[in-house]
Design a protein around this ligand. Structure first.
Ligand SMILES: [Zn+2]
Length: 183
């Protein structure tokens, strides 16, 4: 099995965007710390990971099991010759991690494209008093341009800003995906 280089390891630790994306999926800041600890340690036990990541052992295990469930880490079992107990060694799978991040980015990009199509294909109306009211032209017609919350007049909304934000996000994801693997 190929060992990954020191550059690969620092790549994991420094690629903040990808780590943040992963972390939001696997359980926040603690998950970032666990992945970083794993990247730095190479192959190690949950005890060591918990200590280095500065999280509780149960937390480290919960995150490791989740990562394992997505094949992002491997786990090998050895018997401790002194105690006779099993010891589990964990190792990050950088290739899998990259594939995982990419597939999530592709999914996110697909959603953004769908939303863009929707935003471009409709006119929207909103109530200036009820922030949660936003309807399409067709829906506004049905209610005679009255707000379903306060019965006030619905006004046409310019969604140019929303479209701009979506286009920027799509562009960022597309450029990420066109780059070679970062792990
Ligand atoms: Zn209203």
């Amino acid at each position: 099995m190929a060992q990954y280089s020191v550059e690969g390891v620092s790549g994991v630790a420094s690629n903040h965007d990808d780590l943040a994306r992963l972390a939001s999926f696997f359980g926040g800041e603690e998950a970032i710390n666990v992945v970083k600890a794993l990247a730095q340690a190479g192959t190690t036990t949950d005890d060591v990971i918990a200590t280095q990541a500065n999280v509780r052992l149960n937390t480290a295990r919960r995150i490791l099991y989740k990562l394992y469930d997505h094949a992002l880490v491997t786990c090998t079992r050895n018997r401790d010759e002194n105690t006779g107990w099993f010891i589990y060694h964990w190792k990050l799978q950088p290739d899998q991690l990259d594939a995982f991040v990419r597939s999530r980015k592709k999914k996110a990009l697909g959603k953004i494209h769908q939303r863009l199509e929707y935003e471009r294909g409709h006119s929207f109306f909103m109530c200036k008093d009820c922030l949660n009211i936003r309807v399409t032209f067709e829906e506004a017609m049905e209610s005679a341009f009255r707000c379903s919350g306060c019965n006030g007049q619905l006004i046409n909304e310019d969604n140019g800003r929303i479209i701009q934000v979506l286009e920027d996000s799509a562009q960022r994801l597309e450029s990420d995906l066109s780059e070679p693997p970062s792990f």
